[in-house]
Design a protein around this ligand. Structure first.
Ligand SMILES: Nc1nc2c(ncn2[C@@H]2O[C@H](COP(=O)(O)O[C@H]3[C@@H](O)[C@H](n4cnc5c(=O)[nH]c(N)nc54)O[C@@H]3COP(=O)(O)O)[C@@H](O)[C@H]2O)c(=O)[nH]1
Length: 752
């Protein structure tokens, strides 16, 4: 009941309104009395009336489902009989009205429409009226008045029923409206409705937030462009209105304080109450744009220098190749590498190295024209692409050389990095290209090759690509491939070059690698060892050499002559700088079971200088198990007496370049004498390598050198030949000058 009271309130029906309605119908107490009188008369017919009424309803197929099964029909009939009965109860107060409204609400809910109401009342009247007239046959006046009273109450009911329907419909509409309004106002996307002239009719909250507008200030007589001070918006809206074409990708920007924000709009047309309206939906895509830009930046730019990266270079090169294919002009690609960049990283740390790279990027960018491109490939490698040079090859070469020289000079100026003055320079390789004559990779490779040439020519220079250079690099690539396969294919051999003492006795041997290739023949170590160093192959090769030498020592251990021989093995700087080097050597010694004191490792000064402390630590660890060390090529590096004192060395090796010139170059002879003196002062043995003549030998002997290595005694030779030489030396007891006959003699000893 309470719900219907609130319905009464909602519909504005109070006692006064009930009174009004009844007085409009001229319904008075006499009518109520007449109806009361009818109530008794009709009481006997109620059941019959209800049956007739439902029989009538059941003829309409659309109503049949509402009548339900027998039980439901019986319930409906009882309710209907009560309803009809109330019509003539004579009390039409607030309770009556509430009851009618309740019936109306139920009917509206089950889907009974007002037309059904009309027919129901009509049926009722057409059944009741004859009964009334029949009853008042002798008082037709009273019969007519009774019918009038019945009509009045029925119209009163109809009015209430219709109002219930209207109210429910209105409420539903209002609900839908507020629902839509709430959705529109609160949707996260900006929604604007404009009329056919582009004037604002509605904006939602998202729009207000998006453009910092205040709701009251949005006047409906302006266009969106006027509001947002963006004429382009009105132009676009006008275009859509004119073309009637939906636009779903209109992007525009608007300043918001110091930042520019980006928006994406969807503009479409709709018809509303016969008018064309513009539906303008808009989103702030600034963050999306920023993340897209960030993704693009990460993908195409280098994070340290903010220069384009390799990927973007590829795109730009493809573009410029297409452009210069049409224009006939040349472009140049420069490949730059900072000389000795590793040194700055090693000496001052990576942070300072990074500062250098950033400064290089700045200097490069300063020195090119708009339209040219500077790229950081990675590490200390940069690329510069110069576009639209002359169509004439020579002129283009001259133009690019000028720029390259300018860049070289600029990058060679001192750098101030964290208050550290640093000097560096670039090596620059340049190649010219036009159209698609060469592939992109070729162009890059050519410039790279030219850059390597610039390095090989002494660094800090500009070098142009030359096809001969390419041939050389291709050879190198093939050599690299073959070298990588050499261990597996058992193409490497270890030769031994004797070291003899003052009395001509063989006291040791230097193990020297030989590469016998089926097609290339004997490849000299000077050709492949530097390559192996560069490509890291020196690590497996070095390990192989150590293993071979140790196995050889093990074999010789059981031979009374050979067991006295100490083997020197060259160890490359890269090998020694591996953290696992000590472990590796120890393992090999353990596996082969050799006497460690018969293994001597020859190191070069450059290795020691790389990291003196690390070198000392490793050498001491190996010295502790008996391994000896010799300093190779002594005198040609940065020989420093201070570290010489700290290294656990056994021997210094005088470089063959000094020995070679000993007899006729004063500096060399002074150098040799100095090294011998230093060795004496430090308690080190000294060996002279590259001894080829008696004069050299005599000189060395004169100044106190007592171990020699060189062709004068013997070339590097395979193990069996070396064994022969050792036997000869041992049995003849003579100074060694091995000849082919000597070797044949040894061979004879073996066969006899
Ligand atoms: N890391 C490794 N380096 C190695 C290994 N084997 C060799 N090498 C290095 O390769 C360079 C060239 O070596 P090679 O062609 O074997 O030359 C050596 C001798 O044959 C040569 N020599 C010796 N005596 C004379 C002579 O009287 N005259 C003359 N012209 N040359 C002579 O000197 C080279 C030995 O030099 P060094 O090692 O400095 O004692 C060379 O740098 C080798 O070191 C290896 O296994 N690992």
């Amino acid at each position: 009941m309470h719900a219907h009271s609130s319905l009464l309130t909602e519909m504005g029906i109070d006692d006064a309104e009930i009174g009004h309605r009844q007085s409009f119908l001229a319904f008075d107490n006499r009518d109520a009395d007449l109806l009361k009188a009818l109530h008794d008369i009709l009481a006997d017919y109620q059941e019959q009336l209800t049956d007739v009424f439902y029989e009538h309803l059941s003829r309409f197929p659309e109503l049949r489902p509402l009548l339900g099964d027998e039980a439901k029909l019986a319930h409906l009939k009882r309710a209907q009989a009560a309803y009809f009965s109330q019509l003539t109860e004579g009390c039409y107060d607030r309770a009556y009205v509430e009851n009618r409204l309740h019936v109306g609400v139920v009917h509206q809910r089950v889907g009974l429409t007002p037309k059904w109401y009309m027919s129901a009342y009509c049926k009722y009247l057409s059944e009741v009226m004859p009964l009334v007239f029949k009853h008042y046959a002798d008082d037709p006046e009273r019969g007519l008045d009774s019918c009038r009273a019945l009509l009045k109450v029925i119209f009163f009911d109809i009015g209430l029923a219709l109002d219930t329907y209207f109210h429910a419909e209105h409420k539903a509409l209002m609900l839908a409206h507020s629902y839509t309004e709430q959705i529109v106002s609160n949707m996260p996307i900006g929604f604007i409705v404009l009329n056919g002239h582009g004037k604002i009719r509605l904006v939602n909250n998202a729009v207000l937030r998006m453009f910092n507008l205040v709701k009251n200030e949005v006047r409906l007589d302006k266009t969106l462009g006027q509001y947002l001070a963006l004429a382009a918006l009105d132009e676009k809206i006008y275009q859509v209105l004119k073309s009637k074409k939906h636009c779903n990708d209109f992007e525009f920007e608007r300043a918001d304080g110091d930042t520019n924000r980006t928006y994406l709009a969807d503009i479409s047309l709709a018809q509303m109450a016969g008018d064309t309206v513009v539906l303008f939906m808009v989103q702030d895509i600034t963050l999306r744009k920023q993340s897209e830009e960030e993704v693009y930046r990460l993908a195409f730019y280098d994070s340290l220098t903010h220069l384009p990266n390799r990927r973007l270079l590829h795109e730009r090169l493809l573009q410029s190749m297409s452009i210069n294919a049409r224009s006939g002009k040349h472009d140049a690609l420069m490949f730059l590498d900072m000389d000795n960049f590793k040194t700055i990283n090693d000496t001052h740390g990576h942070d300072v190295g990074d500062l250098l790279l950033q400064e290089v990027a700045r200097r490069l960018t300063r020195n090119i024209r708009e339209g040219d491109t500077v790229v950081r490939l990675g590490g200390d490698e940069f690329v510069v692409v110069l576009e639209s040079l002359s169509g004439d090859l020579h002129e283009a070469a001259a133009q690019s050389e000028t720029v390259a020289e300018k860049i070289r000079a600029e990058l060679s100026q001192p750098y101030l990095l964290n208050a550290i003055e640093h000097h560096s320079s670039p090596s620059i390789g340049v190649t010219l290209f036009r159209g698609h004559q060469n592939s992109l990779d070729d162009v890059l490779k050519q410039a790279d090759l030219a850059m390597y040439q610039a390095k090989a020519d002494g660094r800090n220079r500009v070098c142009f690509f030359d096809p001969a250079m390419q041939a050389e690099m291709e050879n190198r690539a093939r050599l690299e491939k073959d070298l990588r396969a050499s261990i597996k294919l058992k193409q490497l051999q270890l030769y031994y070059q004797m070291q003899v003492d003052d009395c001509g006795r063989i006291v040791g041997a230097e193990a020297l690698i030989r590469w016998q290739h089926p097609q290339r023949g004997r490849v000299p170590p000077a050709q492949f060892i530097p390559l192996a160093e560069e490509i890291g192959m020196i690590l497996p090769i070095g390990e192989w050499v150590l293993e071979q030498a140790c196995r050889q020592l093990r074999t010789w251990e059981s031979d009374p002559v050979m067991r006295k021989i100490q083997i020197s093995v060259n160890v490359s700087p890269r090998q020694l700088s591996q953290p696992y080097f000590v472990e590796q050597v120890k393992n090999i010694i353990e596996d082969t079971g050799i006497r460690a004191s018969y293994l001597k490792l020859e190191l070069t000064e450059s290795f020691i200088l790389n990291d003196v402390e690390d070198a000392i630590e490793k050498m001491q660890a190996l010295r502790a198990i008996g391994i000896n060390f010799a300093m190779d090529d002594f005198g040609i590096g940065y020989s420093s007496l201070s570290y010489l004192k700290r290294l656990p060395l056994e021997q210094l090796k005088i470089d063959q370049s000094f020995v070679r010139d000993i007899a006729h170059d004063k500096n060399s002879s002074v150098m040799v004498r100095t090294i011998i003196n230093i060795a004496g002062n430090f308690g080190l043995k000294v060996v002279a390598e590259g001894v080829e003549t008696d004069a050299q030998l005599a000189f060395l002997r004169q100044y106190g050198c007592c171990i020699f290595q060189g062709y004068l005694f013997g070339q590097p030779m395979p193990p069996d030949e070396f064994e022969t030489a050792c036997y000869l030396s041992c049995y003849s007891g003579q100074e060694l000058r091995l000849s082919t006959q000597d070797l044949a003699y040894r061979q004879g000893l073996k066969t006899n």
